[in-house]
Design a protein around this ligand. Structure first.
Ligand code: FE
Ligand code: FE
Ligand code: ZN
Length: 292
């Protein structure tokens, strides 16, 4: 199982620090943002200790294909109203693709965006326009569109939205998917029958496009369209259902990333990864972290 969590990338060790953090959780995969997820300020890549980080990964058997990069939330290619927002998104995504190449990674997770009040069709058309501009120098990079909860005017809560992008984007071979369990649940999918979800995904999108999964429990009931992540086993999805998903043989090669909340300032990932590896829920997890 390739499993890890999102890790921070900050001064002074940057990517090297991110890999060290992943190793401290006994992870063999990791996801990072190339800077703060809420803004576009970025450090030059040559200052990020990438070479050292890649060496440390190699020493510890973490494959390059197990580093996932997440694009910042401020990219909204579906915005049909504010030209500045759309152009900033395109421009930033283009640069982000270059940063993924420098990290020698291949997978860049992207939220498809929110149409604001333009409607889903207009929003999807705008995303296609944006991707076509941003992906001109795509190289070996794969854009993994994340499945969304459908909060507000979010696009991407329905597999048909992803199909639309594949059918219309010029570089459609480079369009992949990241499934987020919290988002699927909040969008109304019944995760207790994950095989049925995979069947439907395979029919509409194609299972070969699934390259990443975000494994999160949800604070809200199924269909709530809220998108609030909970610790594994402490939400509405529950440990058994999530455990069956991570061990489902049809997604055994898919990189799995935890994005669950910190407890009292402590990262839960080491414990959550261990629970999945052992297939055993620890009901004292949150207490344990609170008392650290
Ligand atoms: Fe995301
Ligand atoms: Fe996610
Ligand atoms: Zn989320």
């Amino acid at each position: 199982m390739k499993i890890g969590s999102h890790v921070s990338m900050s001064a002074p060790k940057y990517v090297l620090g991110a890999v060290e953090e992943a190793l401290s959780y006994n992870a063999n995969a990791l996801m990072l943002y190339t800077g703060a997820p809420q803004n576009t300020k970025r450090k030059p890549m040559n200052q990020l200790k990438i070479k050292e980080a890649l060496e440390l990964m190699e020493e510890n058997g973490i494959e390059k294909s197990s580093i996932i990069v997440h694009a910042p939330y401020i990219i909204n290619l579906a915005n049909c109203f504010k030209t500045e927002t759309f152009e900033l998104g395109v421009d930033f995504l283009k640069q982000e693709i270059e940063r993924v190449k420098e990290l020698e990674a291949t997978i860049l997770v992207l939220h498809p965006g929110s149409h604001v009040k333009a409607g889903e069709e207009k929003g999807l058309e705008k995303i296609v326009e944006g991707l076509n501009l941003a992906m001109e120098n795509i190289g070996d990079v794969q854009i993994a569109i994340e499945t969304m909860a459908g909060k507000g005017s979010e696009i991407g809560y329905d597999f048909h939205h992803i199909r639309y992008l594949i059918d219309h984007v010029k570089y459609s071979d480079h369009i992949k998917v990241c499934m987020d369990t919290c988002h699927l649940h909040d969008a109304g999918f019944d995760l207790t029958d994950f095989d049925a979800i995979l069947d439907s995904f395979d029919e509409i999108v194609g299972l070969d496009r699934l390259v990443c999964m975000h494994i999160n429990d949800s604070k809200n009931v199924r269909g709530a369209r809220k998108d609030r992540h909970a610790n594994i086993g402490f939400g509405e999805i529950g440990f058994d259902v999530l455990n069956q998903i991570v061990h489902n043989n049809r997604v055994k090669d898919v990189v799995k990333i935890l994005e669950t909340p910190f407890v009292n300032g402590h990262a839960p990932y080491k414990y959550e990864i261990e629970m999945f590896r052992k297939s055993t829920f620890d009901p004292t997890l949150v207490e344990k972290l609170e008392n650290l």
